[in-house]
Design a protein around this ligand. Structure first.
Ligand code: ADP
Ligand code: MG
Length: 251
């Protein structure tokens, strides 16, 4: 890959990519990101001067052995956790020093999460689980109903709208979790081993859903242990001991 051109704000113009000039926008830019976990006795450097960019519209897979810092990274990118050093720009906004309140506001409107263990609320029905982010963003009841039903249809889980998570299969639960992640039309979806608890058929369905969302313009960063799932992405970022070791382009 040949990269030339000028950096105007977060727009990189005049990029030559496989002989063609293209423009793209950087959604995420992290530089020298560090995360340290401290207990009374030990300090663990979990992310060690990590730097990379993610373009708007990309589908990136993050791979690496257990314990290398993938979930920690995803939580920081999702503004769920803070960092100890380095710089993090989201859509050209420096969020490195954002207060929790500002982080939560940015997160609610821009980022959807999908987890390995689904993380649905057992006491709420399918409909209510998917509706919850819309309550946080103060959407009216009438609009909530319309949007939840639309996304439940899209995820082919409408017939289970009044069920509780424990009454569903793993594959169905993950479809509900994806519905919840996309209900606020986020620009970015962060998925942490989204197929890790699913059999291969249900796993492929979830990968298909993520692919369709990406084709609709949503940027996706997905942690996975599966080389098969990683092939759905455009690029693999491989980590080892809190560092990026390689970045492969799959296109
Ligand atoms: P991965 O997702 O790649 O398996 P994690 O990001 O979950 O890795 O964890 C990276 C390292 O940080 C591990 O050594 C883990 O034990 C440690 N770690 C994660 N969360 C905490 C925490 N809250 N307190 C202390 N150490 C943690
Ligand atoms: Mg993890």
């Amino acid at each position: 890959m040949i990269i030339m051109g000028s950096n105007v704000g977060n727009i990189y113009s005049n990029i030559v990519f496989y002989g063609q000039k293209v423009q793209f926008t950087i959604m995420i830019k992290i530089e020298n990101l560090e995360k340290i976990y401290r207990t009374e006795e030990v300090e663990t450097l979990v992310l060690n001067k990590l730097s990379f960019d993610v373009r708007e519209g990309e589908f990136v897979a993050v791979m690496g052995p257990s314990g290398c810092g993938k979930s920690t990274l995803l939580n920081i990118l999702g503004l769920l956790d803070d960092m100890d050093a380095g710089q993090f720009k989201f859509n050209d906004i420096d969020v490195s020093d954002y207060t929790e309140r500002k982080r939560a506001d940015l997160r609610k409107h821009n980022i959807g999460f999908v987890f390995q263990s689904f993380n649905l609320i057992d006491e709420l029905t399918v409909f209510e689980n998917v509706e919850l982010p819309l309550i946080y963003t103060k959407v009216s009841a009438a609009e909530r109903k319309e949007r939840v039903e639309e996304v439940l249809k899209q995820m082919q889980i409408m017939h289970r709208r009044n069920h509780y998570p424990q009454q569903l299969s793993g594959g169905q639960q993950q479809r509900v979790a994806v519905a919840r992640a996309v209900i606020n039309k986020p620009k970015l979806i962060l998925a942490d081993e989204p197929t890790g608890n699913l059999d291969s058929n249900n796993g492929n369905d979830v990968m298909q859903l993520l692919t369709e969302l990406n084709q609709g313009g949503t940027t996706i960063i997905m942690v996975t242990h599966s080389e098969h799932d990683a092939k759905y992405s455009h690029r693999i970022i491989r980590m080892l001991d809190g560092k990026v070791v390689t970045e492969n382009l799959l296109v």
